[in-house]
Design a protein around this ligand. Structure first.
Ligand SMILES: Cc1cc2nc3c(=O)[nH]c(=O)nc-3n(C[C@H](O)[C@H](O)[C@H](O)COP(=O)(O)OP(=O)(O)OC[C@H]3O[C@@H](n4cnc5c(N)ncnc54)[C@H](O)[C@@H]3O)c2cc1C
Length: 359
């Protein structure tokens, strides 16, 4: 939606195809970081997102209720020194507001070059011809672009729920012996809770809800535990494609790279892919000449940023695993030292995507 909207603003005719018949009510991505907010500012989208968002100024690492250290986003020297949180459905609504009309229930089944154009096949038999095709269609659409990408499956499983809970605009990461419980503030008095879950646990919805309730009660989140009805489950994977540009076919977002959501950078990577690609594609369409050097630079920077995000997400995922007494003591010592010294600023920068090439 973002890249389609930016292209349309630049006078490019765009067809935006979406497999789903309607906006999905479910929520995955909630955190938007400083580089994405800065990249969307010229289009006015940042102001609209911020009108609905909560500004998270700091994060705390805790263990068994005790504070290990604090990460200060409000001390970063960036234009937006906070993490903006809002439900994914609201982000999608804002992006849809500046995108061309979405042609829904239009599942692309194949994209092939045909002379100097690309032909796009849509389920049901319809076809389109375009000069450039951008595939920003998540993991399941990878087959439209790539024969095969190496995907690493993590052993970890998580439970997730958005619940009413007190706590103010501070993110809390509880790193206990039983594994991580993350608690991120959302607008309107809600918080997003994500708990490490035992892969061998019963997958029945009620059993999952009970385990989530236990994880919340253990950290003193009694209100949230009391209001919990169900918890969704997710697993995590890591994949970074070797290339993004294939002639007139370009992949971006999760189609090209998938990082563990522990750390919350996947959507931000996609937004930055889109914001930085749009001017190059507009130039390409207007002049009829593919800006090869700029596209190569774009591809190199976006892949490097995805690899950095994937590495950080991997470290976060590892840090949140259950540990025995010795490992847990070492983790606490590491975090106390890391967050109590000038290295804290590096943590804050890493969490806020300050190492992205387009930050
Ligand atoms: C639990 C969880 C929490 C997360 N939290 C965060 C967070 O806080 N911050 C963050 O940055 N990231 C987060 N992420 C990651 C984030 O959700 C993804 O990186 C992001 O949604 C990827 O966006 P995308 O547009 O590339 O793909 P998607 O969000 O998967 O969207 C792809 C769209 O393309 C459509 N589509 C698919 N195939 C076709 C086809 N063949 N034809 C037409 N349309 C098609 C789909 O229906 C979908 O609407 C989280 C992920 C999870 C699982």
């Amino acid at each position: 939606m973002l890249v389609a909207g930016l292209l349309q603003r630049s006078g490019v005719e765009v067809a935006l195809l979406e497999r789903r018949p309607a906006l999905s009510p479910g929520s995955r991505a909630i955190g938007i970081h400083a580089p994405a907010l800065a990249a969307l500012e010229p289009s006015g989208i940042t102001d609209e997102l911020l009108a609905h968002a909560l500004r998270v100024s700091r994060g705390e690492a805790r263990s068994e209720g005790r504070l290990l250290g604090t990460v200060r986003f409000d001390r970063l020297s960036v234009r937006f020194p906070f993490v903006a949180t809002l439900p994914q459905s609201v982000t999608e609504r804002v992006l849809a507001g500046s995108a061309p009309p979405i042609r829904r229930a239009a599942e692309v089944t194949a994209v092939r070059p045909e002379g100097r154009r690309m032909r796009v096949w849509i389920k049901g038999g319809d076809q389109l011809v375009a000069r450039v095709v951008l595939v920003a269609a998540g993991v399941s659409a990878r087959r439209l672009v790539y024969r095969r990408i190496r995907v690493r499956e993590y052993p970890d499983r998580y439970l997730m729920a958005d619940l009413p809970a007190p706590g103010g605009p501070v993110a809390v990461v509880n790193l206990d012996r039983v594994g991580v419980l993350e608690s991120f503030p959302l607008p309107d008095g809600f918080r997003r809770f994500v708990a490490w879950d035992d892969a061998a646990g019963d997958a029945a919805p009620e059993a999952r809800a009970n385990r989530m309730r236990d994880a919340l009660e253990r950290r003193g989140q009694h209100d949230a535990a009391g209001s919990l009805i169900s918890a969704s489950a997710f697993r995590v994977r890591r994949a970074v494609a070797p290339a993004l540009v294939h002639g007139a076919l370009v992949a971006l977002g999760d189609t090209a790279h998938e990082v563990s959501p522990i750390g919350g950078q996947g959507m931000n990577l996609g937004l930055l892919d889109a914001a930085t690609l749009a001017p190059l594609v507009a130039d390409w369409v207007h002049t009829g000449v593919r800006p090869d050097a700029e596209l190569r630079r774009w591809e190199r920077d976006r892949l490097a940023s995805a690899r950095t995000a994937a590495l950080l997400a991997s470290l976060n995922t590892g840090l949140g695993r259950p540990l025995g007494p010795a490992g847990d003591a070492a983790r606490r010592a590491l975090l106390r030292v890391g967050l109590g010294t000038p290295a804290e600023a590096v943590f804050a920068r890493a969490y806020a995507m300050g190492f992205d090439r387009d930050a």
